[in-house]
Design a binder for this molecule. Structure first.
Ligand SMILES: O=C(CO)COP(=O)(O)O
Length: 253
């Protein structure tokens, strides 16, 4: 099958330099499956990126949580894709629901950002997901498809994209999607990609799940055929992140 398990830790807007040092020390000491089995990427706030990159073990990688939609310049407060490349940051998270909801990032804007970041050589964790209202209205698949379509319209090569399905109602709520609920959306999303992008991309693109993943629920979720890993928020700041990384072995066993 060839979709390497992917575990991302999204630290969001959290951490002091002391706390960041502690998390990095914890990760550096962790005994986890090799890089052949699981790809681990942690995403600290911008200001800690070079620090984390320099201290972190070589088999784990770092991601920024956002970047600007085009070349840098007179955009106060923004960070450009070129700067991330310049600092050797390989990944960026784009389209997180917190930015979509709180900063009004539209599907089109996220599609443009994804295309620009890829064009500069970054790898992108592109987030999609429905709100509770949308789920209850029965529009989960159409919402997720529209978000993915806006990316597909701007991007032709999906090699460096990981899609993160993060139902908004499961983020930071402790209310995890059941393995069956997550699998259903991952399956439908892969089907959409197969029909609208291509069978090769559908077979190879990793679709990871995010929303209240923890050390206790990660194994069962990882057992679902279309779940290729996780994007973890709260639990990525805790020792249980190591257990989540270890759930990669569910796929290889
Ligand atoms: O938003 C998330 C990861 O990007 C998920 O957050 P939680 O794991 O805290 O629910």
């Amino acid at each position: 099958m060839g979709r390497k398990f992917f575990v991302g830790g999204n630290w969001k807007c959290n951490g002091t330099s002391e706390e960041v040092k502690k998390i990095v020390a914890l990760l550096n000491e962790a005994e986890v499956p090799s890089e052949d089995v699981v790809e681990v990427v942690v995403s600290p706030p911008y200001v800690f990126l070079p620090f984390v990159k320099n201290l972190l073990r070589a088999d784990f990688h770092v991601a920024a949580q956002n970047c600007w939609v085009k070349k840098g310049g007179a955009f106060t407060g923004e960070i450009s894709a070129e700067m991330l490349v310049n600092l050797g940051i390989p990944w960026v998270i784009l389209g997180h629901s917190e930015r979509r909801a709180l900063l009004n990032e539209s599907n089109e804007f996220v599609g443009d950002k994804t295309a620009y970041a890829l064009s500069q050589g970054l790898k992108v964790i592109a987030c999609v997901g429905e709100t509770l209202e949308q789920r209850e209205a029965g529009s989960t698949i159409s919402v997720v498809a529209a978000q993915t379509k806006a990316i597909a319209e701007k991007v032709s090569d999906w090699t460096n994209i990981v899609v993160a399905y993060e139902p908004v109602w499961a983020i930071g709520t402790g209310k995890v999607a059941s393995p069956a609920q997550a699998q259903e959306v991952h399956f439908e999303l892969r089907k959409w990609i197969k029909e609208n992008v291509g069978a090769d991309v559908a077979g190879s693109v990793r679709i990871i799940y995010g929303g209240s993943v923890n050390g206790a629920n990660s194994k069962e979720l990882a057992g679902q055929p279309d779940i290729d890993g996780f994007l973890v928020g709260g639990a990525s700041l805790k020792p249980e992140f190591v257990d989540i990384i270890k759930s990669a072995t569910v796929k290889s066993s």
